[in-house]
Design a protein around this ligand. Structure first.
Ligand code: ZN
Length: 59
């Protein structure tokens, strides 16, 4: 076992609107997966699609 094994990884989800192409980023939520459509766009009536899920490691 490594001693420094308590690093925190936070997952984020990138979304893009199908209509106005706005990009958004928020914390990952259970059930998110790439290319699924998620919530509605905050700028128009379009649907946000998940384009990327990535993790950020904190020291
Ligand atoms: Zn939009």
């Amino acid at each position: 076992m490594r001693k420094s094994d308590n690093k925190l990884t936070t997952c984020y989800t990138s979304l893009e609107c199908n209509s106005c192409k706005i990009l958004q980023k928020r914390k990952f939520t259970d059930g998110d997966f790439v290319f699924s459509s998620s919530e509605n766009c905050s700028d128009c009536d379009g649907k946000m699609m998940i384009t990327k899920i990535f993790g950020v490691t904190m020291d």
